[in-house]
Design a protein around this ligand. Structure first.
Ligand code: ZN
Length: 300
């Protein structure tokens, strides 16, 4: 048996018979607190500081710590990639720090035992720039599907919103719709879904609008174990305690709060594992209530 080291800050758990791995492309990136959460005040955060710092919040610098992940879900018959991070070689004009970046993502994926050719399905929880990048890779000057044999599942609502935004306010997507979404449609690999959608036994895509109009979550259920891949419904576990804090990237403030509150109420104290797109290690955890507030609890 070959023992391979997981890439740094990657992780793996079993949800019943479903194997879940996560691979971070960006690790421990600090965001100024008041930028990430416009409602941020130190006074509101302080009662929760004991479990937030230092892993999720740098108290001295007043910065929240974020990763950016892909998840790889393996069932008996399927290999599914959820959210595809930033990608390599993408030309970014507005976000200069992302311009033509190169990360060892595909090498890391292979180290984790995932062959891009063997991926059956790719799901983007939404179509923001940091969730679509590895949909495509550059080959002979063209953007081709990174996972050539996969169906790519997009929410139709999300696709139509992203298409409108790319046309009317192109500064937000900064070319990502054109280089990471459109080539998938043109290659005939895209599948548009509406409403709730079952992928296969135990895997259900659920509409969770607010952060973006067509944001979806992916619920996993197997042998009495449950997990939810929650994308950007929350960016940092502080939002379990303070669910009215929207990120600066949430488009519909009232709907984002409703969706976040509903998620917390459904999952808190139930044992359901939450798998978010942006929490730093340990990343996976549960929501538990303690002293009148909800908090993150690391998996034992
Ligand atoms: Zn994101």
């Amino acid at each position: 048996m070959t023992i391979v080291a997981l890439p740094r800050a990657a992780g793996r758990i079993a949800i019943g018979d479903i194997d879940v791995q996560w691979l971070p492309e960006v690790i421990d990136k600090p965001y100024p607190a008041a930028f990430l959460f416009p409602d941020y005040t130190r006074a509101a955060l302080d009662p929760h500081l004991a479990w937030l710092a230092p892993r999720f919040f740098d108290a001295a610098a007043e910065r929240f710590i974020l990763n950016t992940h892909s998840y790889v879900i393996r069932t008996r018959h399927r290999t599914i990639v959820v959210d595809t991070c930033l990608g390599n070689d993408k030309v970014r004009r507005r976000y200069a720090h992302l311009d033509r970046r190169r990360a060892p993502y595909l090498d890391d994926l292979r180290t984790m035992g995932v062959d891009p050719n063997a991926v059956d399905l790719v799901l983007c929880t939404h179509l923001h720039i940091d969730h679509v990048g590895w949909n495509t890779r550059l080959e002979n000057g063209r953007w081709v599907p990174t996972f050539p044999n996969a169906r790519y599942v997009f929410s139709r609502t999300e696709f139509e919103h992203a298409a409108r935004e790319a046309k009317d306010e192109p500064q937000h997507s900064d070319g990502s719709f054109e280089d990471s979404v459109i080539p998938i449609v043109e290659a005939g690999r895209a599948e548009m879904i509406e409403g709730a959608h079952t992928i296969t036994d135990g895997l259900t895509i659920e509409p969770t609008p607010g952060h973006t109009p067509g944001h979806v979550a992916l619920a996993l259920a197997s042998r009495y174990a449950n997990a939810v891949l929650i994308g950007d419904i929350v960016h940092n576990p502080v939002q379990y305690a303070l669910p009215d804090w929207n990120s600066t990237f949430c488009l519909d403030a009232a709907q984002a709060r409703r969706t976040r509150r509903a998620l917390i109420e459904r999952c808190a104290d139930t044992g359901t594992v939450l798998l978010p797109a942006h929490f730093p290690a340990p990343t996976a955890g549960r929501i538990v209530s303690a002293r009148g507030a909800f908090r993150f609890q690391e998996l034992e």
